[in-house]
Structures are given as C-alpha cells and as structure tokens.
Ligand binder design. Structure first.
Ligand code: ATP
Ligand code: MG
Length: 690
C-alpha cells in the first residue's frame, strides 16, 4: 500500500529546506539557513526535515535537535513522530524509533559535560545552580571578600550575577560590558574582577556549575580541536530552532562541532529576536551564511499559515517600522473580516474583567480555554487577572512566572537530594543543616567548613558534633545521609527517604503544612518519571515545571485551562485567540527602559512576537490608568497612559477600536498627545544612573 508523502503538504520552499542534502540535492553539503517571518512554518519545516532525514536512513541518535525550551523539544518530537507515522502508515501511538538528542543548549550541555567530565577536569557529580542559587552564592562570596558594605553602594548580588553572566555569554571584556550595559558600575571594575574570580573559585571548590557554565564549558571544550572533532563526529546533523535568540557561545559551539557546516540547519526570524538583554545577538543569524568553510544555502518562506489576513497586516505594520531587519513579504490566504482589536479599558482591574468575560464568552462559543492565551511583558502584570480568574473559577496555567520550584518547602526537599548528590555544594548544605532544630547559620558554616576540608565530606558529616540541644535530631540527619549513600539504593527510593525525613520538619516549620504537603507529594510523583537522581535534579533545575491556578504543580494533560504567559515564554507557540495586556507606553515599552534605540527596537519586536501568536482573534488591551513601580524611590503610583508608541495613527486603520465600558473618556494615543507624564518618570529613572 502506498502511503501519502508528508512532504506533499509543504510548499515548494519548505520542501526545498526539508529535503536539502537528500534526494535530488544529495551531493549538497552546505549548511542550511531558513530565515523567515512568524508563522511561515519554520518549526514545521524543521520537523519535516528531521522526519525526512530519518526516512533517508539518518540515525536519530546521531542528531542533535536544539530548541528554546524543553516544552518546544517535546513538541518537536511529537511533530516528527506524527510526520513519520503518516509516512510509514504506523498506528497512532507509535513514537519515533529512537529519540534524537533534543533539548535546550543548556540541557544538552549538561549531558555532554557530565559525560566528558573526567577528560576536562570536572567532577562528574557536579550539581547545577539555578539563578536563585547562583545569586545567593554570588552574595555570599561578595560578603566574604568584604564588598557588601551598603554604604559603599556596591552593586547588588543580582546585578553582579547579571554582569558576570553577560561577560560570559557575549565574550566581551568586563570593561566594555560595564560601559555599554551597566554604566553606573564602571567605577567597580577592579572589585568586580576580584569578586568574579572568587565566585569562580567557590563554584569549583563546591563542584557546582551555574547556567552560564553549561554553555561556557561546552564552548571551551569545542575550542579544543581534538575534543571538538570527537564530539562533532558523533552527530551527523545539528538542527537549531529560534536561532535568532542564540548568543556568541552557542554560535561558537555549532561552529566548533561542525566547522564545514555540513549537517547544520538553523531556522529563525531576525524580527523576533527578543533576548539581547541576556546576551543573545541577532548577528548570529546574519553572520551564519559565511561563517563555515563553505557558504550556506539560504531558504526564505513567505506564506504565513498561522494568522488571518487582518491580523497579519496589523503585525506587519508594526514591524515594518523597525529600523533594521531583513525585509520580508509575508502574506496569508486566510481571509477574515475581523481585524485585530485595540480595547480601551479604564484600568487594570477592568482589563482583567474584560479578558475574563471575553475568555468565557469564547468558551461558550466553542473555543476551549486551551486555544486561548493571555500574554504580558513581565510576570507580575498578570496579578489582577489571576485574582479575577480565581474568583470566577477559570483554571489557568502560567508560563514564565513563579515556578513550582521556588516555593521554600520544595526548595528544601530539592536541597536534601542535591546535598546527597554533591556533598560539597554549600548552598544546598547550608539550607539542609538549618532544617535541624537548634542548628543556625554559625553551626551550618562550621559543618560545611569541616566537610570542605575533609577528603571524604560525608564522613565529616557523620563525625560532626552539633550543639548539644540538636544532638538527637542531628543523628537522624546523619543517618539519612548514610542511607542515601548506599549504592544499592535505586531511584526514586532516595526521594522517599528524603521525604520521610523532611515531613516532620515541614510540619514543625509551617502552619499551612497540609497544603505544602501536596507539593511534596507532587514532587515525589514527578520524581518517579526520571531514571536517576542526577537526571531528576538536572532536568528539573534546567526546566522547572509551571504553576497552575490551584497551585499544585504541573497541569494534567487532558484538563482544559487558559494559558497565561510572558511574551518571552510564548515564543514559537500559537493560539486561536490571543489577548495582550497593557499595550501602553510605560509598559510596552517599559517606563524603566533606558530608552536607548536598541532597547526600544527590542520591545517593538516583542510586541510583534506577541501579535503573531494569534490565529483568528487578537485583542490588545489598553488600560487608561496604569500602575508603575518607580525605581528611584517615591513608591508606586498610577499614571495615565496612552497606547503604545509602536502603534501609530498611521496604523490605526488596521485595528478595530473598542471602548469598554462604552462611557469612558478616551484619552488620546501618541501622535495627538506628547506623553508628558511619562517623560518625567523616565527622566527620573535615568537620572539615577548618571
Ligand atoms: P514562529 O516564527 O512563530 O516560530 P514558525 O515559522 O515556526 O512560526 P510554525 O509554527 O512552524 O511557524 O507554523 C505555523 C502554523 O502554520 C502551524 O500551525 C503549522 O502547522 C502551519 N503550517 C506550516 N506550514 C504549513 C503548510 N505547508 N501547510 C499547512 N499548514 C502549515
Ligand atoms: Mg517556530
């Protein structure tokens, strides 16, 4: 029986990309770049390419599929599986024969570094610090070397980590990073150098890596030609989605693995580059064609399959005003009469009400909650909406916000396991020791010092003399760690032991222990899904589960829920109906922005990313009164906002204007009104840095 060729669903350009290097162009070894606008099928084409390569005999285990999040990697695997099933006529449940190496650069970096640890001078039992731990360690080191004197106004630990991270990810010298991004810290250059040196030292002593190390060490490894060649030879194909948001290190990694570019495919859209604040650079995608020993083949896609014509026209108008970009002509065949809406509401509370009403109305009309999303610039902007949704019993899941793992009791239990995995990790040890009643910071430090000096740290833990009032409880902790050491212990039995030890402490420490226990149970359930303690700790740290409306960890697959997401976390996704909150000057762009051209341009792209998530309905909410948190003292205040400057009068015809409730006074948008109150606030926050 003849099965349909799944490539037939692709348009000619997509097919060209999906079949590059196979079939008719079998002798073409050039690297491949697909650069195209939102919704043009880049991710879909990449999935077809993977499936097509597999059909042509490529071994999935010799493919590296790099995506922007674990969720995106799973989605990609699902799509590839779907295409293969169609092509081979397999039953619906059959997955891929073998899974490719898929995940984020950070996750695959962790996997490779652990494998090659002995060869590159790392201890393979390293644990990974999330941003919170990394900040805390930076703070601790800063304190130890005497830079934390508040009067001296030395940068805060978060700022220090931000600077350190930027230097690492951009490969720019500290002085340059300070000048260009942290101009108010330039006077501290020497001290910062010393601090970062001590921070690196501390990480090494404690056998921990932070997020940045996962990329930096991987890139360093690739700078070693013999190793780069060895690792590169294990993979026939490297495929990267969302390439516009990669940084210098990531480009170095790709180039190091495949200097000729053979087998390298990247897809992306320069108009959607929104991570330069983290060191990503759109130069990567622009330089890609000429960085290998042979030039790249470039494919562009012009048909948008996602959005209706009016939504695409509005989005195109917004991005057309951008200063620098690859010109693209996107068109859509999806005719529709409904334009994108600009919805004027009095304030954020009414905004929440309008969105909740609208979401429910859509659901009654047959659009399930899962096909709808609410997007916003930063996580706290959904606070009013979350209350409103809770009041009306509308279930939701929030991406990019507070993570399940950030709750203190979840952190406690994770620390218990992390400390077992790596007894030299001081952040975990500090937390665990102080769970024992009668043990405070001083005792914990004494313990960690003793463990740090010992050749066998766990032996030192067993031999440690706690203060007399803590003796009995301490013995239980010591006994727990003796058990966790047992090589016969099979995961997730460690989790059960850790939980059994932790629960009495949870009950003692928290009045709402009953509620918190649900999270502990959730964590235990999650643990069962991982093959080993190390896998569990690594993967959860790199990709923490999200918070749901009932606060009980990740949602179940078949439940219906509304998606709340920061725009950054909504990358690559699509929904039938999309609502974007606070599309006002003061938020998009933010009032805190330094107002540099590059920064403003990035926010314009952010708005473009938000708008292009919508398939059929797009609602941009414009609250007339908007709450701002002021950086430079003076507390929070309301201000009157106009709609975002990125939607000008000239673009007004692309939008349907809705005012709710109908009687409110409409304040003019930009163009007519010079945004006077805003300028003041911006000037004040800028002055702080002078
Ligand atoms: P983004 O820039 O937002 O990441 P993208 O370019 O990766 O977008 P996809 O997510 O791959 O775009 O595709 C957008 C939508 O168009 C998806 O629903 C996808 O299934 C659909 N699509 C892509 N190509 C085709 C095609 N040839 N025929 C029909 N539908 C398609
Ligand atoms: Mg995509």
């Amino acid at each position: 029986m003849q099965y349909p060729d799944p490539l037939e669903t692709l348009n000619p350009q997509q097919r060209e990309a999906a079949t590059h290097g196979t079939g008719d162009s079998a002798d073409d070894t050039r690297p491949l770049l697909v650069i195209a606008g939102a919704g043009s099928g880049k991710t879909n084409t990449l999935a077809h390419r993977v499936a097509n390569l597999i059909r042509h005999g490529a071994d999935p285990q010799r493919m590296m599929l790099l995506t922007f999040s674990r969720r995106a990697a799973q989605e990609m695997e699902r799509r590839v599986g779907g295409v293969l099933q169609k092509a081979l006529g397999l039953p619906g449940t059959q997955a891929l024969p073998n899974l490719p190496w898929s995940g984020t650069f950070h996750a695959l970096g962790a996997r490779l570094l652990r494998e090659y640890a002995p060869r590159i001078g790392l201890d393979e039992t390293f644990t990974i610090h999330d941003r919170g731990d990394a900040e805390d360690l930076m703070g601790m080191v800063r304190h130890e070397i005497g830079f934390s004197d508040a009067k001296k106004r030395f940068p805060l630990k978060g700022t220090c980590l931000g600077i350190y991270s930027r230097v690492l990810n951009t490969r720019e010298p500290l002085g340059l990073v300070l000048q260009s991004v942290y101009p108010w810290c330039t006077q501290w250059e020497e001290e910062l150098k010393k601090l970062f040196g001590a921070y690196v030292e501390a990480k090494q002593q404690q056998n921990v890596l932070d997020y940045d190390d996962l990329l930096a060490f991987w890139a360093d490894m690739m700078a070693e030609p013999a190793l780069a060649q060895e690792v590169g030879a294990r993979f026939d194909h490297l495929l990267v989605d969302e390439y516009q948001d990669t940084n210098k290190l990531q480009a170095e990694i790709i180039l190091g693995l495949k200097p000729t570019g053979q087998g390298v495919t990247v897809v992306g859209d320069d108009a959607q580059s929104i991570y330069s604040f983290r060191g990503a650079t759109v130069r990567n995608i622009l330089d890609f064609p000429h960085q290998f020993t042979q030039p790249a083949r470039i494919v562009t896609l012009e048909r948008n399959y996602r959005s209706t014509q009016p939504i695409l026209a509005a989005s195109n108008a917004v991005i057309a005003a951008a200063r620098e970009r690859h010109a693209k002509n996107l068109f859509s065949d999806k005719a529709a009469s409904q334009r994108a809406q600009l919805v004027l509401v009095p304030d954020e509370a009414q905004q929440a009400r309008w969105v909740a009403d609208h979401v429910l109305r859509q659901r009654e009309g047959g659009t399930v909650l899962k096909s709808q999303a609410v997007l916003f610039r930063t996580s706290h902007h959904s606070a009013a909406l979350e209350l409103e949704l809770a009041r009306r019993n509308i279930p939701f899941v929030k991406f990019g916000g507070l993570k399940f793992l950030e709750a203190s009791h979840v952190k406690d239990l994770m620390a218990v396991l992390r400390f077992a995995q790596n007894p030299r990790g001081r952040m975990a040890g500090f937390r665990v020791a102080q769970l024992v009643p009668g043990v405070g910071a001083a005792t914990a430090t004494r313990l960690l010092d003793a463990m740090g000096e010992a050749s066998d740290p766990l032996q030192a833990l067993q031999a440690f003399e706690p203060p007399s009032q803590a003796k009995e409880e301490w013995a239980q902790l010591a006994s727990l760690y003796a058990k966790l050491q047992d090589p016969e212990l099979a995961w997730p039995a460690d989790m059960e032991l850790a939980k059994a030890w932790y629960l009495p402490h949870l009950e003692r420490l928290h009045d709402d222990a009953q509620v918190r226990k649900l999270d502990v149970e959730q964590l235990v359930r999650l643990a069962a899904g991982y093959g080993s303690r190390e896998r569990f700790l690594t993967e959860l740290t790199l990709d923490p589960p999200e918070v749901t409306s009932d606060q009980s960890g990740p949602p179940l697959r078949d439940e219906d829920y509304l998606v709340l997401s920061t725009i950054h976390s909504a990358k690559g996704q699509e929904w039938k109906a999309v609502h974007v909150l606070n599309v006002v000057d003061g938020c998009i762009p933010s009032d805190m922005s330094t107002g540099t051209t590059e920064e403003l341009e990035e926010v314009r792209r952010l708005l473009y990313v938000a708008m292009t998530r919508a398939k059929e309905q797009l609602h941009l909410l414009v609250p007339q009164r908007f709450y701002v948190t002021q950086q430079s003292g003076g507390g929070d205040r309301h201000m009157y906002a106009g709609r975002t400057r990125f939607i000008t009068e000239a673009m007004a015809s692309h939008f349907e204007h809705v005012t709710w409730p109908e009687a409110i006074q409409v304040r003019p948008g930009p163009g007519a009104h010079p945004q006077a109150p805003l300028m003041q606030v911006r000037a004040r926050s800028r002055a702080m840095w002078k």
